[in-house]
Design a protein. Structure first.
Lengths: 518, 354
């Protein structure tokens, strides 16, 4: 995976922001992103964010067993990287990801795990608006990936999915699609991926929504109203009203949520994890799980919740080598998906002088290690007004050139003037036409309140008058320094974005987390 | 060279750390003064030693067992000082441990369990209809390993089999899912059985045998993509309706499920006509360890409890109660392939997994 090294390192300490427009997001732990010290009877669990819906089940089990679970949510790839680097040693007592498939491809991470026990399962599925299913004349039980592909190609189906580099559901969806469309009869090989590239490119042209988390994906889907389908785990899709959940007949990748013990923890801790696992696999807990979360039980005596179709599906094998898995991700990010196009509206007012500006520069410079091929990046520093508008594209033939230019522009940023948030945002919207087929968004970083230029009300009027395509461009504000949470939250809500908090974590972390939404 | 591969493997092996599982049930009605026996066991026996009835039966004979689990292959990497016995799930790692700790004489094998393939009814019937298996009871049959390996060699797909088109889930390459042979016993034993058949009914022992069988074994493994590291996980996935149509597990897992009164639906147990037994073998490191091994093999109550957990005690036909339509009472017609030496098996796994 090219150009991810630093990004991954940064993401590992990324702050999980609870306060945001997506209400399904997991509640932040006491200090966000930090597991905290070991406590008897408490298990610090490195977990996939999809597992936040297990809170009530875990609370009940906690009453019976006396074991409290303190989760820290993280994307699978970042979690695996954390394990591999040894940074989970002593910081976590257990790992609970949607799947350990990717973990197994990294021997340095796999070595950290002593035992793993699947707790429940959920296959990747396609949730399609019921009206669209009817329009396409589909019989849900018979739909294949090829039919989904054809509908996308014919322009009759658009969809959203999470970013495979940051979310397990996106990664599993990517593997499902690639396996199915490549025609591979067994585990994907590098050749299969290469061969399937043209078909995959066409398929991913239909992806109109991307997200760093399943929660925001669902709210963005509701808000947009013009996206026909979502690719995600069956359990997530079942929770979204109005979707017909289709498990393609020609194969799925299934998450089995293995609760895993760690070599770095003590025997007593592993015993607690084992007790927790046993409790989760009791028939009562399994019934509770399937009823509440729409996942499938792993105990033969408990049937899946009503509404979960029990027809069998072929299990598409997960790639058996890291080169295939990483190659597929790399292809997705740099070749297959629609490119991203982002305006960074950056507060460089007088109050940014000193550490704050230095922090911004270093965060932006770090971010250049994570920009994808074909990505268009516009830097729009502002004070009393927008100071400059500089656009760079990462050309796959000469990626260094664009990235160097971004770094050079970053180095030249100076702090001066007042804070014209709304005027600058309007300028960003004006800059972004809808002429290109991209994932388009605006990032707003400010360390203070709006002090000059357009007022909030004026910006609202401006936004309401935007043509639909442009109004679909979300603003992702970053809370930093003395900025006003209510003001920024309002901007996120108005534009369908999401607020990120760099006050408790770092600016690097916030920038990095937003990558999943671009 | 191979020695080094072995050492590296041992380090990589999952379960390289011992996990405490049972520390004897305190406060049980032990009455008499008991001897405490410390054991390192394969994880599949953790439930057995944790069973309150087993604890009671052992206490009645004056023993408290403190069992800690470890991957069978990972025991090679442990310092067993202070332990009374090691109890891996097959003979090969036991032999290696015996050599290291200079344990002489025949190693006791109180119970065993053959490897079987579980399938859903539809898959089993398609296999039977195409000469790859035969069914002799509603939930039981025999897998023809020779025919299966031929199919694997030819990259046969389900679509090429008669009758598979009626079942949407039966598509893609025909293969058996196993655990990772580099880290897990059942995956390694799968290679042992397959290599025995592929080697013309002879156990793989030489470099030439390894060379001859490697391409097929590699195929059996790579076709699976990412593999699980424990037989428990693959069986759970199967029970939940996910995963590959054919999965290699221990018979004891199925027996234990049935004994627990669970309804496994349309599950069919296919006994490979050539399989490998998982011989739960004791390496007694002290007198107490030796005494416990003897007790496990001879005490009627403990033998009966082993059956409850799905194991077959040595030297007796088992009555797997109420499981006769799924399980064979006696393993007649099932050929037991000998397992290659630990060193050969490691090398085999290394070449297959890559």
């Amino acid at each position: 995976m090219r150009r991810r090294g630093l990004a991954v390192a940064l993401a590992a300490v990324t702050v999980l922001t609870a306060a945001c427009t997506a209400r399904e997001e997991p509640a932040a732990p006491r200090t966000p992103g930090v597991p905290g010290p070991a406590e008897p009877g408490t298990l610090r669990v490195l977990a996939s964010s999809e597992l936040s819906d297990m809170t009530p089940v875990l609370e009940r089990i906690g009453k019976d067993t006396g074991i409290t679970v303190r989760p820290v949510y993280m994307g699978t790839l970042d979690a695996v990287d954390l394990l591999a680097k040894g940074r989970a040693d002593g910081a976590y007592d257990a790992v609970w990801l949607s799947s350990n498939d990717y973990l197994r491809l990294r021997p340095d991470a796999a070595r950290k795990v002593v035992s793993e026990t699947p707790v429940m399962t959920s296959p990747v599925a396609v949730g399609v608006r019921t009206a669209t299913v009817r329009a396409l004349g589909w019989k849900p039980a018979d739909v294949t990936w090829s039919q989904v592909e054809k509908a996308v190609r014919d322009g009759r189906l658009t969809y959203g999915m999470t970013d495979p580099a940051r979310s397990n559901s996106g990664f599993a969806a990517l593997v499902s699609v690639a396996s199915a469309l490549s025609g591979a009869q067994s585990a994907l090989s590098d050749d299969d991926v290469t061969k399937a590239t043209p078909r995959l490119e066409e398929f991913f042209r239909g992806q109109k929504l991307t997200s760093g988390s399943s929660g925001w994906l669902a709210s963005a889907y509701r808000r947009r109203g013009n996206v026909d389908a979502l690719l995600n785990y069956e359990s997530v899709l079942k929770g979204i009203p109005g979707l017909t959940v289709i498990r393609p007949r020609d194969g799925v990748v299934t998450a089995d949520y293995p609760l895993s013990t760690l070599a770095s923890s003590s025997a007593a801790t592993r015993e607690d994890v084992r007790r927790l696992t046993e409790a989760l696999r009791s028939p009562e807990a399994q019934r509770d799980i399937t009823r509440r979360t729409h996942r499938r039980p792993v105990v033969a005596s408990v049937p899946p919740a009503p509404g979960l179709d029990t027809g069998r599906r072929r299990e598409l094998p997960f790639p058996g080598s890291r080169s295939v898995a990483d190659g597929l991700l790399d292809a997705y990010e740099n070749k297959l998906r629609r490119p991203s196009r982002t305006v960074y509206v950056l507060d460089t007012s007088g109050s940014m002088e000193g550490d704050r500006l230095d922090g911004l520069k270093s965060a932006l410079t770090g971010l250049t290690g994570d920009f994808r091929d074909r990505e268009e990046v516009t830097l729009m520093p502002f004070g009393s007004r927008v100071k400059s508008v500089r656009t760079h594209v990462v050309d796959p033939a000469r990626p260094r050139q664009g990235l160097d230019a971004i770094r050079a522009d970053t180095a030249r940023l100076t702090a001066e003037g007042e804070t014209a948030i709304y005027t600058s945002l309007e300028k960003a919207y004006d800059h972004l036409g809808t002429d290109r087929d991209t994932f388009t968004s605006i990032v707003l970083m400010t360390d203070g309140e709006n002090t000059t230029g357009a007022e909030a009300g004026q910006f609202e009027d401006f936004y309401e008058r935007l043509p639909r395509e442009r109004a679909e461009i979300p603003v992702f504000p970053i809370l930093f320094g003395d900025s006003d949470r209510a003001e920024l939250e309002h901007i996120a809500e108005l534009t369908g974005g999401r607020l990120f908090d760099a006050r408790q974590g770092s600016l690097d972390g916030a920038f990095e987390e937003i990558r999943g939404y671009q | 060279m191979r020695r080094i591969a072995g050492i590296v493997l041992a380090v990589v092996l999952i379960g390289g750390v011992v996990a405490a599982v049972v520390a004897g049930r305190q406060g049980e009605d032990t009455g008499t003064a008991t001897k405490t026996v410390r054991a390192v066991i394969g994880s599949e026996k953790a439930e057995f030693f944790a069973d309150p009835d087993v604890v009671k039966a052992l206490a009645a004979k004056g023993y408290t067992v403190e069992a800690e689990t470890s991957g069978s292959w990972a025991m090679e990497g442990l310092d067993l000082k202070g332990y009374d016995l090691a109890f891996p799930s097959s003979q090969a790692p036991a032999v290696e441990l015996a050599e290291r700790y200079e344990v002489r004489g025949t190693l006791p094998r109180p119970f065993y369990s053959p490897l079987v393939v579980v399938a859903h009814r539809a898959a089993a019937e398609v296999l039977a209809g195409n000469g790859l298996a035969s069914l002799d009871a509603e939930h039981r049959g025999t897998l023809r390993m020779g025919a299966y390996l031929d199919a694997a060699r030819d990259d046969r797909t389900w679509q090429q089999l008669k009758g598979a088109d009626r079942h949407g889930e039966l598509s893609g390459t025909l293969f058996i899912s196993s655990t990772d042979p580099k880290t897990s016993n059942s995956g390694a034993l799968y290679l042992a059985a397959a290599s025995y058949v592929a080697n013309g009914g002879r156990v793989v022992a030489s470099e030439a045998d390894l060379d001859r069988t490697a391409p097929l074994l590699r195929k059996l493994v790579t076709v699976q993509g990412a593999q699980q590291t424990g037989s428990d996980a693959v069986f759970r996935d199967f029970v939940s309706g996910a995963g590959n149509p054919l999965v290699l597990v221990y018979e004891s897992q199925v027996a234990s499920l049935l004994a627990g009164g669970q309804q496994p639906g349309d599950l069919v147990v296919l006994y490979p006509d050539t399989t490998v037994n998982s011989d739960h073998t004791v390496v007694a490191l002290t007198g107490n360890g030796k005494a416990l091994a003897e007790l496990l093999g001879s005490d009627p109550a403990l033998r009966q409890l082993a059956v409850r957990h799905g194991f077959r005690p040595q030297g007796a036909a088992v009555g797997f109660a109420s499981a006769t339509t799924y399980l064979k009472q006696e393993l007649t017609g099932v050929r037991q392939a000998p397992v290659p030496t630990s060193e050969v098996l490691h090398e085999m796994a290394r070449r297959a997994r890559g």
